[in-house]
Design a protein. Structure first.
Length: 416
């Protein structure tokens, strides 16, 4: 018979540091070890030895995300705020009192989600694809004559935000600066704060412009369906939509291309076929999802999850990648996944990624990959697969570069 831990220190005995190279080098093996040693809910220590729980089990994650009252998105509930300094490096991932949809709960959250969903579901899918094709061609034109490229820096990390900026209502000439600012912010470079300021300023100016001159764009539709949300709330949601829509989509493109370039099953796609693109993209969402972990949910009262005693105010980190690989629902070592969309890569429950946003991300990613295959059918890795380096983050999974070589081809130039 086991006894309940009497203190927080006892409960988190043997906790795993939520950082380090294993989270980006071999996360699947690490999650297997954590599941073996701790079960479906594992104790972890964030930067500064701040305790939290990582939900590894598929059914446990369903339970947590399906109960927004018991497991709230309101970060004010956290019982560790008195330990968090103002310069804590994880504050951008675990915000407090942010006026965005990320930390809104109840009816207020449902209204904001409806406003965003309605604005995005009105995007014309054919125009979206044409826009993605046009920007993909422009990016490929910039390197196709060289016969070599870094598909991350020169393609995957540039395409999503350019397309998103266009459908939100930005002018084409604003796209490059917005791309740099968002990439600086996401990558936590020395220009991250300047990047955040640029994005906020650009979104605020766009909102004011669309209040005066609305058009057939996402921001104008948000303003037309704004309930009683303030300008600041809408700007914050515009930032969430853009940043959350950009980096995971860029990594979806990069991780899918990596899979297709390193796995013989997809070799046919690089000799003129497209039939395996969707399969590769689906497999990535199961086996190599860009969004590995999300912070999180906070317990509104004492409860139990996965055999663990969870105290009021405890933080639960949603382990999407670990849950996707839970052997209770997914065959160890993988297996055919095409047609199976029961992954957690877009979240679950009230705070999941809105379905129209998922569709937009898929169109951008798939179109970008297909245009690349059409333009550069003999593309190949320029380094050994084992030499590809992953981003050093437990939150997002992507690579730092994807160097390739191919037969040089002439640029197409702008087309209508």
């Amino acid at each position: 018979m086991t006894t309940e831990p009497s203190t927080t220190e006892d409960a988190f005995a043997g906790a795993v540091p939520f950082s380090g190279p294993r989270f980006h080098v071999e996360p699947a093996e690490l999650y297997r070890e954590m599941r073996r040693d701790h079960g479906a809910v594992a104790p972890v220590l964030l930067d500064g030895d701040v305790p939290a729980w990582l939900v590894l089990g598929y059914r446990e994650l369903l339970h947590v995300t399906n109960d927004p009252v018991l497991f709230s998105r309101d970060s004010d509930l956290w019982n560790q705020w008195d330990r968090i300094p103002g310069d804590w490096p994880l504050l951008p991932m675990i915000g407090r009192k942010q006026p965005s949809i990320l930390y809104t709960v109840g009816e207020r959250h449902r209204q904001r989600a409806a406003m965003m969903s309605h604005a995005m579901e009105a995007v014309d899918p054919f125009e979206l694809r044409r826009t993605a094709e046009r920007y993909a061609d422009r990016l490929i034109d910039s390197f196709c004559a060289r016969g070599r490229a870094d598909l991350l820096a020169e393609f995957a990390t540039l395409l999503p935000v350019r397309v998103l900026a266009r459908i939100y209502g930005f002018a084409d000439d604003q796209g490059p600066a917005l791309v740099k600012a968002i990439n600086d912010l996401v990558d936590s470079t020395e220009d991250a704060i300047a990047g955040q300021t640029h994005v906020f300023t650009a979104m605020t100016e766009l909102l004011e412009l669309k209040k005066e001159r609305p058009g057939p764009d996402v921001v104008s539709r948000m303003l037309a369906d704004r309930y009683d949300f303030s300008d600041e709330e809408i700007v914050q949601d515009m930032m969430v939509m853009t940043i959350a829509g950009h980096q995971p989509t860029a990594d979806w493109i990069g991780n899918s291309l990596r899979l297709m370039l390193t796995d013989d099953r997809f070799a046919a796609s690089f000799s003129g076929g497209r039939h395996s693109v969707g399969q590769a993209m689906n497999e990535v969402l199961w086996e190599d999802t860009p969004t590995q972990n999300i912070a999180g949910r906070w317990a509104s009262r004492d409860t139990r999850v996965g055999g663990r005693q969870i105290r009021t105010g405890d933080l639960l980190i949603l382990g999407f990648a670990a849950a996707n690989a839970d052997p209770q629902v997914h065959l160890e070592g993988g297996g055919p996944t095409h047609g199976n969309n029961a992954f957690f890569s877009f979240g679950h429950g009230e705070h999941r990624c809105p379905f129209p946003a998922q569709e937009i991300a898929e169109v951008i990613a798939r179109t970008g990959i297909e245009v690349l295959l059409d333009r550069l059918p003999d593309i190949d890795l320029a380094v050994a697969a084992r030499g590809l380096v992953r981003r050093p983050s437990p939150w997002l999974r992507g690579m730092t570069e994807l160097p390739v070589r191919f037969t040089p081809t002439p640029a197409l130039g702008d087309r209508p």
